[in-house]
Ligand binder design. Sequence first.
Ligand SMILES: C=C(O[C@H]1C=CC=C(C(=O)O)[C@@H]1O)C(=O)O
Length: 346
Amino acid sequence: MEIFDKARQWLENGRPFVVFRKPDTKQVTGIFQNNSTSYASPNLDGSGFVFTSFDSEKTWILPDSDSETFTSDYNPTAQVTSSPELEIDEFAKRDFEALVKKGVSHITSGAFEKVVLSRTETVELEAFDALGAFGKLAATYPSAFVYLWFHPETQIWMAATPEKLLKANGRHFETMALAGTQKFQGEETVEWARKEKEEQRFVTDFIWNSLEDVVSEIELSAPYTYRAGNLLHIRTDIKGELNDAADLSKVISVLHPTPAVCGLPKDEARKFIAENEGYDREFYAGFIGELNSKDGTDLYVNLRCMKVTRNLAQLFVGSGITKDSNPEKEFFETVNKSLTIRKALF
Ligand SMILES: C=C(O[C@H]1C=CC=C(C(=O)O)[C@@H]1O)C(=O)O
């Protein structure tokens, strides 16, 4: 396919590009920057395809004015059939459980109500076929936003993310509150425990409250179970109309990072993450997608993702912590989340 040939060429030449497949569509899009310049859009006021870090310090953009876009029909078939063998890293388990315990004790002492804590897993790669991995993700997760991004400033990132940050066209907007996790075991009608329901309600309430000043209408669905590959989450769909004065970059900055990836209150949780996680999230739990482009804005939260540099893949996974969290259960939740993307490597 022409888009994939072009992507291979851009990878070889070290030029910025992205290839993506939107949820529940049978089309693939490639956006190829026609030079090697690194364009930043710190105020989110450009028009193009953006990639923003968790801390919002970095936004790289493939500007519409300097990029070419191609779209093709796409029906990937290279489904992942086998599950990779998992060896639990006991040191990683111990460290993550200690981090969760610390988070819970801060919640109990009233420092914040929820915090999302994360860790990375590193996989050594013998040979990496980025477009092959993209095809596997796209075939395996039809309802995810699947992308392959390359930029000399960031190297390769890819994901199959279930979470939309914001879609906006004119005044109309859509977003979602997605949180709470259990393993999919063949049945999508499941019971949710109080901990997961509360964890997700924090996200819905936060979105509702933070959009108050910028919307004229807002509508929420009832929370429902949503399948993302081998996992189930609780999801509430939120949509409405932005008010006339709403400024999109402001809407994005009040939403990001939501308590689905950071915590509540936002600043306290963010501070705890920065001081305790012990690594730089970079673009994990940041956002990616089209900004002010001809069909509007369509941004996704960068979850179930990995960064690939030479022969190493770094997988990023997190888990929402509340006062009722069990550290071992939260660790295994991150292990299950890592499988989403790990499967594309084998
Ligand atoms: C932080 C992640 O997932 C978020 C989205 C859905 C469910 C989540 C949870 O149950 O913890 C997280 O809030 C991740 O995948 O790394």
